[in-house]
Design a protein around this ligand. Structure first.
Ligand code: ZN
Length: 257
């Protein structure tokens, strides 16, 4: 993976870790389509997931998804057995739809497995090739979404709803951070300290001090001008004295000649 993308994914996962509580090994629910495509592109699916999410992964597949793989026609998918063998190595996520005569669509199944009260309660990452699944999960905060684009594994940028929730969480942390320091400070110095709380806005007086210092160079400039004037006066005096001395000498000489 290229350095730039790798760096972006590392940052993205650290945001999911901090804001949504993701931890390694990341639980990754895969759909049947991504298994088929990774086989088609001869990709190492688990290795690619680990490189993309930048950590240990626990690949998982629902009972419905695996039933869809079994339902593939062998003539259309000659690699069917190979795909199923790989899927069997993944942890089976019990969706309890196995009692149904027909499996649910993967979208319906994953919706039931992932979304609880509008949240990704179990912190699943989802590697799904079916666009409808990713569209559905973009509306749920905190679901890392992965797909394959022409043999390149891609992690989607954080969906707007996730980014918003993350920002709100950051602001709250900042606010509670301030609230947490309050009781500690107040407990020691009691009520007196409370009135001093609006202090954070006060570092302005420090900024004004350089202004008073800035007037000094002007004074220095004046004094140097004064020194120049003195030198000029001295020079004039010397000049005058030379004339005074020279005149009588020259006059005497002229008179003598
Ligand atoms: Zn299911």
């Amino acid at each position: 993976m290229r350095g730039k993308r790798s760096k972006a994914y590392r940052k993205l996962m650290s945001q999911y870790n901090i804001s949504f509580g993701f931890r390694e090994p990341y639980q990754v629910l895969v759909d049947a389509e991504i298994l088929k495509d990774s086989d088609r592109f001869k990709m190492d699916l688990v290795g690619s997931l680990e490189r993309t999410l930048q950590g240990q992964v626990k690949p998982m597949i629902t009972q419905c998804s695996i039933r869809h793989l079994y339902a593939l026609s062998g003539s259309e998918f000659p690699e069917k057995d190979q795909i199923i063998d790989l899927a069997k190595r993944f942890e089976r996520r019990r969706c309890n739809h196995h009692e149904l005569e027909q499996p649910l669509s993967e979208k319906e199944c994953l919706e039931a497995v992932i979304i609880h009260g509008g949240e990704n309660k179990h912190r699943y990452c989802v590697a799904a090739q079916e666009g409808g699944i990713r569209t559905m999960l973009r509306a749920v905060p905190g679901v890392p979404l992965i797909y394959i684009n022409r043999s390149v594994m891609i992690m989607e940028p954080m969906a707007p709803i996730s980014a918003m929730k993350r920002e709100r969480g950051e602001r709250e942390k900042f606010r509670t951070g301030i609230v947490d320091t309050r009781p500690k400070a107040c407990a020691k110095r009691k009520s007196v300290k409370k009135k001093i709380m609006p202090k954070p806005a006060a570092p302005k007086p420090e900024a004004s001090t350089p202004k008073s210092g800035a007037s000094k160079p002007v004074g220095c400039g004046e004094s140097t001008n004064g020194a120049d004037n003195k030198e000029k006066k001295k020079r004039r005096r010397k000049h005058r004295s030379a004339k005074i001395d020279g005149v009588p000498v020259g006059a005497k000489r002229g008179l003598e000649l």
